[in-house]
Design a protein around this ligand. Structure first.
Ligand code: SF4
Length: 255
């Protein structure tokens, strides 16, 4: 696994667990508001782009750390970048589970085959998937070309080139998985509108949990033009929450 970062303790990212966060390197999206730009590009490109050292963490060092936290931490969050792009993800998770930790996996939902695989192998204790926008606005929000929703279309597995049908497949797989899960959406003025909540809600209708997240702009972002831009007000977020509540059993604002 290419590990781009490790947060040694989180009390909030894995419901019910004290956890560490492992950040995998590389993503097929370029979400304009992404505040982890160093993890989005492949390692070398990221270093050049951000002029910051961002050394990879060796797997052995990660497992030595986890061993030292046995009994203190109960879970590991695997996030990115986009973890499901890494072919060795199932083996990596197995090793963490064998070390005695529960797993939460974060995904942008572009690789439903990988989600199916890790679920079938019972490797996941909690899943979180981002719903970035209504399907017709995905391209604008994620900053890469998307392919039209068309069944059986070739190219679904392209690293850069997102097939919207895969987003829909992942939503279905997650909802039917029997595993605890949440959907979450980061809302950015200039990218999202109130009406978009309705459209996104229809995509996940009947879901267990959906969180609306404030946009964080006081840091490095994938699109520097979004830095220090205003976020939605508390009032606007609450109004959008009221719409979201029609589509999921539990909804809240976070961030
Ligand atoms: S926010 Fe977007 S670009 Fe950043 S890691 Fe997540 S999916 Fe990738």
């Amino acid at each position: 696994m290419i590990i781009g970062g490790l947060e040694k303790l989180t009390l909030i990212d894995f419901p019910g667990e004290l956890a560490a966060i492992v950040f995998t390197q590389g993503c097929n999206f370029r979400c304009q508001f992404c505040y982890n730009p160093m993890l989005v590009w492949p390692e070398k490109e990221g270093k050049l782009k951000y002029q910051r050292d961002h050394s990879r963490i060796k797997e052995d060092d990660l497992f030595a750390f986890l061993k030292s936290r046995k009994g203190k931490l109960s879970g590991v969050v695997i996030t990115g970048g986009e973890p499901t792009l890494h072919k060795d993800l199932p083996d990596f998770i197995k090793k963490i589970k064998d070390a005695g930790f529960k797993i939460k996996l974060d995904s942008n939902g572009t690789n439903p085959e990988m989600l199916e695989k890790v679920l079938e192998e019972k490797l996941i204790d909690y899943l979180a998937m981002d719903i970035k926008a209504p399907l017709d606005k995905y391209e604008e929000v994620i900053g890469v070309k998307v392919r039209p929703v068309k069944s059986g279309e070739a190219g679904a597995k392209l690293f850069n080139g997102v097939n919207l049908e895969n987003i829909q497949k992942s939503i279905k797989i997650i909802k039917e998985s029997g595993v605890s899960y949440e959907f979450r959406t980061t809302l950015v003025p200039s990218l999202h509108k109130k009406e978009d909540i309705e459209e996104m809600g229809k995509l996940i209708a009947g879901a267990d949990k959906w969180y609306l997240q404030f946009f964080k702009s006081d840091t490095d972002l994938v699109n520097k033009n979004f830095q220090n831009k205003a976020r939605f007000s508390e009032k606007e977020m609450k109004e959008m929450l009221e719409i979201a509540k029609k589509y999921a059993k539990k909804c809240d604002v976070r961030g």
